[in-house]
Write a protein that binds this ligand. Sequence first.
Ligand SMILES: C[S@@+](CC[C@H](N)C(=O)[O-])C[C@H]1O[C@@H](n2cnc3c(N)ncnc32)[C@H](O)[C@@H]1O
Length: 313
Amino acid sequence: MADDTSAEVSEPRQNTKAQPNTDLPVKEHILMVNDLPRGERYYEAMKAKIRPGDVVLEVGTGAGLLSLVAASLGAKHVYTVEQSPVLSRVAEKVFAANGLSDKITLINAHSKDLVALDLIHEKVDVFVTETIGSQGLDEGILLIFEHIKPLLAAGARLIPESVSFKHCLVNMSGIRERVEIMQPVFGFDLSALNAELESNLLYWLNPIEPWREISTVGETRSYDLLNFEPGESTQTCEITSTNICDGMFTWAEFKLSDEVVIDTRYRHLGCNWANSVHFMRRGMVEYGQACSAQFNVTDDKLGWTINWAIGPC
Ligand SMILES: C[S@@+](CC[C@H](N)C(=O)[O-])C[C@H]1O[C@@H](n2cnc3c(N)ncnc32)[C@H](O)[C@@H]1O
């Protein structure tokens, strides 16, 4: 694929646009609250941003963990919004079990109906949401910010505040052969399957699967979540190992507070998010080559597109 004279060797790829995945089964919530590094980052950011007497709004209550944290940090009142009736029932029980039902009002609704329901009669000082998808925006977090914007007090503090996207190139020998038809099976050509395969474009890595980073990490500009401006951002990473390149590994990093960021890269057993790789035409890349990628964060607010090119430095 890439040689010393090639200026542009990869194919434009990849739209991660997805329907927001908002109705997670209860067992996913157990995994989520047991993912302590995730919870600790939110806890730290909430400690930094919530002051005694604040009115706090959370969208995406789940089992109620973050609303309990807000109440325990001295919020005057917490409004917490959950679309799932099952989880709303669970959260009500959780608030009662922790003696905090009088501090927390649970609203079983979708955030899009929040203003119309007119259930919150005071301005919100701190807004919290953990509706972060593995690719960042795919749980609909930007739409949620739009829904709650009219409820915010001037200067309201937001958790998270902004997002950027990161990427690096990867070698995935051992995986690619399983998830794509790369050679005849019993001598038969089954490659027509490849054209039909959605995951040919985006493959979610299971944590036990072997893969190797072969470039430095590139990062997009930061996108403000409350005043989101769609647009393109270009960045370069450098090949650190002459190798076969299978694709681009991408993840999102959210700023929760000045001191705290959280990213969706799978790092530890029990991590709540999944790694994702965008396959490209397989080929050699060489140490020192540069890969330039354009991330176009789209204005439907659910997804983004990347194109990239590899060429000599
Ligand atoms: C990732 S879970 C977070 C749960 C909990 N806050 C925690 O951190 O453990 C997101 C929750 O948000 C809910 N949710 C997602 N989008 C929503 C929306 N637009 N309006 C109301 N609830 C939403 C989902 O049903 C899910 O329970």
